[in-house]
Write a protein that binds this ligand. Sequence first.
Ligand SMILES: [Zn+2]
Length: 264
Amino acid sequence: MSYFIDTHCHLHDREFFTENQAEAMLKTAKSRGVEQIVCIGTSHEDSLNAKDFAKLHKDIFWTYGIHPESSNNYNIKCEKSNKLIAIGEIGLDYHYSGYNRSAQIKLFEQMLQLSIDLGLPCSFHVRDALPDFFAVIKNFSNIKPSVLHSFSDSKENLEYALSHGFYIGINGLATFANLSCYKDLTSDFIDRCVLETDAPFLTPYPNRGKINEPGNIADIARWLSHKLGVSEAKVAEKTTKNARKIFHIPNPKSAESSARAELS
Ligand SMILES: [Zn+2]
């Protein structure tokens, strides 16, 4: 059995999932090998909801983030906390007209500083804004190795991101959107990516049209396995290892085995 980590989803968000739905989806996720899940905050309040949800489930972790779309109205208040594994999602999003570039950059800089103050990696949301993203981040020297979530930019920018130490979050978008950045990937890409669903969004093939859920990580893993020509077991092993390294998510198996060793 392969074990996966969903490194980016919104299962705690009651705007999208009822409590019962979320619990049922957690069961499905387990049955499909998704062992641990990261719930991503998009505002102060939403991050605290993610925190509360993580408190109820030992295999759920949370992040504190303020989405760039909230750059006109937000408050930031975050301290080190149990199961808080990253700052995110944070970044820049120039996709829809009417965005406020300077307000987004100001918020992004504050959130980057927060990640440095807390010594945490980031989950970045960047859309149609990579040049500004790279320009801003250059001014911060102590950022932990972090993930560019839902990467869909050019091949050239993918190469740039990889050569500058970023990890890439692969989700359902890759399975249906025929993105040019994922053409001609070589098998060593497996050392530089993590899996994510971004549930409820971006449902992967073959479940397009349904609400997305963490269990669908298995479908994204299958796509990546075909794409890179490596086994699904290898995809699971490597992406889980990468997620543990970046986000310091504990391995429940080794915790169990070390507890057993202490008892014997
Ligand atoms: Zn998201």
